[in-house]
Design a protein around this ligand. Structure first.
Ligand code: SAM
Length: 274
């Protein structure tokens, strides 16, 4: 079957890695698990043995057909679809419980998939995902770390993300140019507890992290917020006026947002920096 590089098709050769990825979901015996991009079934094989049911969402028609021939429909439903159009809400309603998600993601759409999962958080409780190592480093970074930034804050606002293990290019066929890291993301949104509104806070985060070399105050002023309002909010939130957003934990950013909110008006924007 011809491989389609445009679809990010780097298949896992290491069966043990497939087992480890599925094991990271925990007990899934009574759960419906959505697999993103099952490909040739390296993860699906382990999943089909352990999960209550698998919804395998694959865009490539030939791969989807081969998967249907290989797995029993009692255990695996193969859905030939772009995962970005997959209806997690309908699937969760049918399952009667929140879904778990697993996948060795097609790296060319890592960011849209993460945003899609964030948007679907109400239907999900856990995801175990393999992504390019650099993306996982950014997703899971803590404040003050080199990789901490907008992607870390955006993902972690929907729940904690922890790195699990890294695989070299040789674990895949054909080998990609990059290492790959598996991380676990538990969906437990923090917006309400932090007293911030979801869409507005994420827009504010984009402004706060807009330019890495600038201070937080400069980034907010560049976004059109009045200098006096920025200074007052920083003082009210007890944040150093020279601080960079990269140094601030999510709690401090939320505190600042709450102080700024009355003046804060921003244009919508959704893209993530990967
Ligand atoms: N899970 C398999 C494995 O680990 O060997 C394949 C992983 S491969 C990195 C990514 C898979 O995602 C490919 O099978 C590819 O065809 C599929 N894919 C690419 N774009 C997709 C999309 N938009 N929706 C669903 N699947 C997609």
């Amino acid at each position: 079957m011809p491989r389609k590089p445009k679809l990010g098709q780097n298949f896992l050769r290491d069966a043990q890695a497939g087992e480890r990825i599925v094991a990271a979901l925990g007990d899934v015996a009574n759960r419906t698990v959505v697999e993103i991009g099952p490909g040739r079934g390296a993860i699906t094989t382990a999943l089909a043995e352990r999960a209550g049911h698998v919804l395998a969402v694959e865009l490539d028609r030939e791969l989807a057909t081969a998967l249907r021939a290989r797995f029993s429909p009692q255990r695996v439903t193969v859905i030939e679809q772009d995962v970005l159009n997959f209806d997690f809400a309908a699937a969760a309603a049918q399952a009667g419980a929140p879904l778990q998600v697993v996948g060795n993601l097609p790296y060319y759409i890592t960011s849209p998939i993460l945003l899609k999962l964030a948007d679907s958080h109400a239907e999900l409780d856990l995801a175990v995902l393999m992504v390019q190592r650099e993306a996982a480093d950014r997703v899971t970074a803590a404040p003050g770390w080199r990789d901490y930034g907008l992607l870390s804050v955006t993902v972690q606002m929907y729940g904690p993300a922890e790195p699990l293990f890294t695989l070299p290019p040789s674990a895949f066929s054909p080998p990609p140019r990059v290492h790959s890291t598996v991380f676990r993301w538990r969906f437990a949104p923090r917006f309400a507890a932090l007293g911030v509104e979801e869409a507005e806070f994420l827009r504010f985060a984009r402004q706060a992290f807009a330019q890495k070399r600038k201070t937080l105050a400069n980034n907010l002023r560049a976004a059109g917020i009045a200098p006096a309002a920025v200074a007052t909010a920083l003082a009210g939130a007890a944040i150093d006026p020279k601080a960079r957003a990269e140094a601030l934990p999510i709690e401090a950013l939320a505190r600042l947002w709450r102080h700024l909110k009355p003046q804060h008006q921003a244009p919508p924007s959704r893209a993530l920096p990967i």
